[in-house]
Design a protein around this ligand. Structure first.
Ligand code: SF4
Ligand code: SF4
Ligand code: FES
Length: 467
């Protein structure tokens, strides 16, 4: 393999690799704004300046192919002067509004300003100003902070396959915008906030809600469909504030879709049932205590029973439910359910060319692997237990199949209360750990991010009370 020398270290590279790629693989930090490994190289920002022996001028590491014997310096005085000049140039129009910017604390521009910039500015002219604009429901644009790196434009063109963003005008007047100012239509708009290295594109949903440094992070897997995109769940004070993608080159690369990004909202929703409820006198649903509610569920589950297991539950929960049912609900018919119209793994298809799947639950493939068959909506029963993790369809018309009581165990919302006789509140993906299997057959672990909300309990605790 050919070798080059970066900062005195002899490093191997594959022919065709750029200096920035060799540096990244070997832990040598080279600052960058416009370069992103998923996007074409444009070498626009000039921040990745390096000095190369026998080359008279500073080079851009993102667009410079490594060659055998090349000697590169990333921290020489000449490089530092170039980096400082680039920072000064990029900041001439910047409003320096970090205290009110949602990107603060995780902003590349802010970090590099501190690490590579100069504490002073010589700029005395008027700064250009724009008003903040919504680019559809997901992204808010603040052009004052933009450094024209064009990552957002290239993401739309190259990853999304939708040409929705453009750069208008030239030079100091350059403005990044959507085509004809239309709202973004892509289902992947949230990624623009992730790849924008400044606070120019931020999430409408997250705006002004929480400073990023207060957020605690748990590695998780999106529960929004059978793709199983890797995410971090960010929370503070037991409230989930956002999902951000975690890189996994085999599954989701650097991205997630908007549905998955905002699929946390039911966790802390006011409409979520987080206390045990039973249907009392006069058919009214009333709040109960756990032992009484479980006793009520147990006494009402009789005769020929239907057990529906949400394929939004983890493998561990499904196994526990199978063992519980075999032991305590003898003779019951046990099926999985989740997305209307998708009753088996082979029904799950790609919904677009990027990530989304037609199964809107995370563990359809795991449930089948564990031997469950999908429910086709048929059959007559005397009672039913429905287990739900929060993403499976809310079954509100079970009474046509079930003559007696219907018990819900898991995550339910208030509008669904009327369809059940007892609800035993369970945990969402954010309140527990477990594994799920995606459409490729990959088993992945998600981790608990917050404590159970209200009186919600794990299925294992429900079964312990049932015994
Ligand atoms: S909006 Fe962000 S990603 Fe787009 S060009 Fe400006 S700084 Fe770069
Ligand atoms: S594609 Fe599916 S798993 Fe990935 S983020 Fe979207 S909903 Fe979640
Ligand atoms: S990262 Fe190389 S020029 Fe922008």
């Amino acid at each position: 393999m050919p070798k080059c020398i970066i900062d005195g270290k002899e490093l191997e590279f594959k022919p065709g690799e750029m200096v920035i790629q060799v540096a990244d693989r070997n832990g040598v930090e080279i600052p960058r704004f416009c370069y992103h490994p998923a996007l074409t190289v444009v070498a626009q920002c000039r921040m990745c300046a390096v000095e190369v022996e026998k080359m008279p001028k500073i080079q851009t590491a993102c667009s410079l192919p490594a060659t055998d014997g090349m000697i590169v310096h990333t921290k020489s005085a000449k490089v530092k002067a170039a980096q400082s000049s680039v920072m000064e140039f990029l900041l001439i129009n910047h409003p320096l509004d970090c205290p009110i910017c949602d990107e603060a604390g995780e902003c590349t521009l802010q970090d590099y300003s501190f690490a590579y910039g100069s504490p002073d500015s010589r700029y005395e002219e008027h700064r250009r100003t724009y008003i903040d604009l919504d680019m559809g429901p997901v992204i808010k644009k603040n052009m004052n902070r933009c450094i024209h790196c064009t990552r957002c434009i290239r993401f739309c063109d190259e990853v999304g396959g939708f040409r929705e963003m453009v750069a208008l005008k030239r030079g100091n007047h350059t403005e990044i915008t959507t085509v004809d100012g239309k709202p973004l239509e892509t289902e992947y708009a949230g990624n623009l906030a992730d790849i924008c290295p400044t606070g120019s594109l931020t999430l409408v949903d997250f705006r002004f809600k929480k400073r990023s440094w207060f957020l605690k992070k748990a590695n998780s897997v999106c529960q929004g469909c059978a793709q199983g995109c890797n995410i971090e769940v960010h929370q503070d004070n037991n409230t989930v504030y956002r999902h951000v993608p975690r890189e996994n080159q085999d599954i989701n690369k650097w991205w997630i879709c908007d549905e998955g990004r905002f699929s946390f909202q039911f966790v802390n929703a006011e409409t979520r049932v987080t206390e045990p409820v039973v249907r009392g006198e006069g058919k009214k649903i009333e709040i109960s205590d756990w032992p009484s509610a479980v006793a009520e569920a147990k006494s009402k589950t009789k005769g020929k029973a239907l057990v529906l297991v949400g394929n939004d539950l983890s493998n561990e929960e499904i196994r526990a439910i199978q063992a519980f049912t075999a032991d305590k609900i003898k003779g019951a018919d046990v099926f999985h359910y989740g997305t209307p119209g998708i009753t088996k793994a082979s029904d799950d298809k790609a919904e677009d060319k990027i990530l989304r799947r037609t199964s809107k639950t995370s563990n359809l493939h795991g449930a089948e692997k564990l031997g469950l068959k999908g429910w086709d909506g048929s059959g007559k029963y005397e009672s039913a237990i429905v287990f739900r993790g929060g993403r499976a369809a809310e079954l509100t018309d079970l009474r046509k199949n079930v003559s007696g009581a219907i018990v819900g165990v898991g995550v339910f919302n208030q509008p669904a209360i009327d369809s059940y006789d007892v609800i035993l509140p369970g945990l969402t993906y954010a309140e527990k750990s477990g594994t799920v299997v995606n459409w490729q057959g990959k088993e992945q672990k998600f981790n608990k991010a917050i404590e159970p909300v209200g009186q919600s309990r794990a299925v294992a605790d429900v079964f312990a009370l049932w015994s």
